[in-house]
Design a binder for this molecule. Structure first.
Ligand SMILES: Cc1cc2nc3c(=O)[nH]c(=O)nc-3n(C[C@H](O)[C@H](O)[C@H](O)COP(=O)(O)OP(=O)(O)OC[C@H]3O[C@@H](n4cnc5c(N)ncnc54)[C@H](O)[C@@H]3O)c2cc1C
Length: 497
């Protein structure tokens, strides 16, 4: 079994359930989503494509030249310049007017100021995903299994004895769509390894199911301990997102994220507009729909299934005019607040339990307050005025109580108090959750799992902070970056034999 097989195998080995989207179980009360499909999150995400900053690349210790080559490799297949219509252009011009400068035009680069970023949607509106990168694959040496869920990684202990004996990954147990169990093994004596890319929720979960995790937690679930590693599942973060819906007197285009304001205080401003209408979903706010758990009218802990069901009913009964408008959102960089992940049970089809501790660190809250402040100024800007009712001040938008699932909280009237409260009460996710198998804690800088052999984790679970304003470009880049590094190391090793 060649390296190519394993590299792609676990990167792309995906389950297709009834829906490619699975809601996740979270202690914070913010409803989250997880992709369960070939291509992962890129199959259902908002499509914005943007690189990490050179500073981020230096901090992580990556080779800048190979990073840039790898971004270009990804971009040749999945990244496009988005069309800029009136509403997104007004957000862009509003950002410029309120001083999120300079204006950097269209670029994939992460630079301070306002820019138009890339999109994985092409000019015809067709989505391109991580699975499209398979066009680079050598189909003679690769096997791709769909509807296959890895239940655990198998280990043997090498026979060197003494303190040098370490568990060595040598195969996986997986089940197909009929629930039949299969095993796949690495070729004996080869340098092959298993590469896990099950994402920030899946990778720490799979390591734990395979016996790598905090021993006491594994024993609670009757899992045999291969390695007592309490840091698996620690350092989980999700970048909190808060948004304001701005009803518009003028028609707006349907748009996902196209523009971003990268501020110098750690808040990123983006926007999406229009009604997402189709015959199955009926009236829908798209990426802000309560149907996917995006619901900010109640504080997180009160977002019960019943409350969400009511919000969906209300949304579907809204008049078409209520969808004329858009959401201007801010999310924070980092974040600094950290949480953890633990197993709910031993079924990899089910989600682990995650706590993200949104805004636990006051610096995260401060970034949110400044971000919302900037959004308020954008809404009041001259550039944005065609898309806002004159008689609706920002305070009214924050407190809008109309029979609508958007915006919030009637209680807060004191603005200086309410922005912090607004951040906490209206927090949603932008789905950039990461951590759980962080570099330096669970994997080394070559993404090898510490304490065992022949096992790497390469995906968003290894990040200490979310890269750039949106992570998917860097997750895809990292797959190619590490693939090239591993192959090069093998070639060098062969030549020096
Ligand atoms: C709704 C949504 C909107 C988003 N919008 C954007 C955006 O606009 N721009 C952006 O840059 N990012 C966006 N993101 C984030 C981005 O998509 C993710 O950061 C990225 O996909 C993470 O990649 P990953 O490989 O770490 O994990 P994932 O994409 O989650 O991939 C993990 C894969 O592993 C598979 N898997 C898990 N467990 C197992 C198992 N036991 N056996 C076999 N396979 C398994 C899953 O099926 C999945 O295919 C969004 C995400 C979501 C969910």
């Amino acid at each position: 079994m060649g390296l190519g097989f394993w590299l792609w195998r676990l990167t792309l080995l995906s389950a297709i359930f009834f829906s490619p989207n699975q809601c996740t179980c979270q202690k914070d009360g913010v409803v989250n989503s997880r992709a369960r499909v070939l291509g992962g999150g890129s199959c259902l995400n908002a499509g914005f494509y943007t690189r990490a900053s050179p500073h981020y690349v230096r901090e992580v210790g990556w080779d800048g030249k190979l990073v840039n080559e790898s971004y270009r490799w990804v971009e040749r297949v999945v990244a496009f310049q988005p069309p800029m219509r009136q509403w997104q252009s007004a957000v862009r011009d509003g950002l410029i007017e309120v001083g999120v400068l300079p204006y950097n035009g269209f670029t994939y680069d992460h630079v301070y100021g306002t820019k138009v970023g890339g999109s994985i949607f092409d000019q015809n509106g067709h989505r391109h995903t991580a699975a499209d990168l398979l066009e680079y694959a050598n189909t003679n040496t690769m096997t791709l299994l769909l509807h296959a869920i890895v239940h655990r990684i198998l280990f043997i202990t090498n026979n060197k004895g003494g303190s040098s004996s370490r568990p060595v990954a040598h195969g996986v147990v997986f089940k197909d769509e009929h629930g039949r169990e299969h095993m796949a093994y690495l070729k004996q004596g080869s340098r092959n390894e298993i590469i896990v890319s099950a994402g920030a929720l899946g990778s720490p979960q799979l390591l734990m199911l395979s016996g790598i995790g905090a021993a006491h937690h594994l024993r609670e679930h009757n899992i045999s301990v291969v390695l007592d590693q309490p840091l698996v599942g620690q350092g989980m973060s999700d970048n909190p997102m808060n948004a304001i819906f701005v009803p518009s007197p003028a028609p707006v285009e349907v748009s996902l994220i196209q523009v971003v304001g990268i501020t110098d205080f750690g808040s990123y401003i983006e926007a999406a507009s229009g009604e997402n209408f189709n015959h199955r979903s009926r009236r829908d706010f798209g990426m802000f729909s309560p149907k996917i758990g995006q619901f900010s009218k109640l504080p997180p802990k009160q977002r019960t299934p019943e409350a969400i069901e009511k919000a969906i009913e209300r949304m579907e009964s809204l008049d078409q005019d209520a969808f004329k408008g858009g959401f201007i959102l801010e999310k924070i960089m980092g974040p600094i607040s950290r949480g953890h992940l633990e197993l709910q049970n031993t079924d990899p089809n089910e989600n682990p339990i995650v706590t993200f501790n949104y805004f636990q660190d006051p610096r995260d809250l401060e970034m949110c307050i400044q971000g919302i402040n900037t959004i308020e100024r954008i809404i009041s800007s001259k550039a944005f005025s065609p898309f806002k009712y004159d008689n609706m001040p920002v305070s009214m938008l924050l407190n809008m109580t109309a029979n609508s699932p958007v915006n919030l909280l009637p209680k807060h009237t004191n603005t200086s108090m309410s922005l912090a409260q607004f951040c906490r009460d209206t927090v949603m996710t932008i789905w950039h959750y990461h951590g759980g198998c962080q570099v330096g804690r669970v994997v080394d800088t070559d993404y090898k799992v510490l304490g065992v052999d022949a096992l790497r984790v390469i995906d968003g679970s290894t990040f200490n902070y979310s890269p750039g304003t949106n992570p998917q470009a860097t997750v895809m880049m990292l797959g190619r970056y590490m693939g090239v590094k591993i192959l090069t190391e093998r070639l060098v090793a062969d030549e020096t034999k």
